[in-house]
Design a protein around this ligand. Sequence first.
Ligand SMILES: Cc1cc2nc3c(=O)[nH]c(=O)nc-3n(C[C@H](O)[C@H](O)[C@H](O)COP(=O)(O)O)c2cc1C
Length: 202
Amino acid sequence: METVNVAIVYYSATGTVHALARAAAEGAEKAGADVRLRKIAEPAPPEVIDTRPEWAQHVRDTADVPVATVDDLAWADAVLFGTPTRFGNPASPLRAFIEAAGPLWFQGKLADKVYSAFTASNTAHGGQESTILALANTFYHWGGIIVPPGYTDPIQFQSGNPYGASHVAGEGPVSEVALQSARHQARRVTETAAAFKTGRAA
Ligand SMILES: Cc1cc2nc3c(=O)[nH]c(=O)nc-3n(C[C@H](O)[C@H](O)[C@H](O)COP(=O)(O)O)c2cc1C
């Protein structure tokens, strides 16, 4: 298989999406990809973060995760974006990062890559699908190849979310089903990107 570069770019305040991102990184690595796991820089000031101990703890726990730059998008053959649902939409720090990629888009350097997304919400019907679909709007603008997990693996019938891996944070720690779904999604993204890369090189 052609080696593919997979960037996993995520925002997480309290660690749920981070756990899914790590699982996605495992899935992509296992499928043979070179992986960059990158967090979106935390824009909130320390006094706001400190109002929630779990938020402050997560910032400390992930201090060693490199911060995403638009160069990571340019490098990647495939990008998986992770974000919490915020009022049914992607979190604004991720949106700010995406908007900073405007010059790259203008140069045509975001087209023809494989894109996929995963998310978390606090409640079961709190906007997971709308969040992932909102990100897909951007993938269309970029001329991306959208690769959702669908029901392409038995784990998807347990996760129940064909749009992307997801977890309901209000139900407790990230479940093994959600982690397996993220691994599967990243594997599928990697294999699809590899097929495109091999085909284009031929
Ligand atoms: C401003 C804000 C808006 C949110 N909106 C929603 C929402 O629309 N639906 C929902 O179920 N949860 C909502 N949540 C909860 C987050 O989705 C949840 O805390 C998040 O998925 C946890 O992910 P994290 O641990 O990676 O930060 C919201 C949280 C914040 C801070």
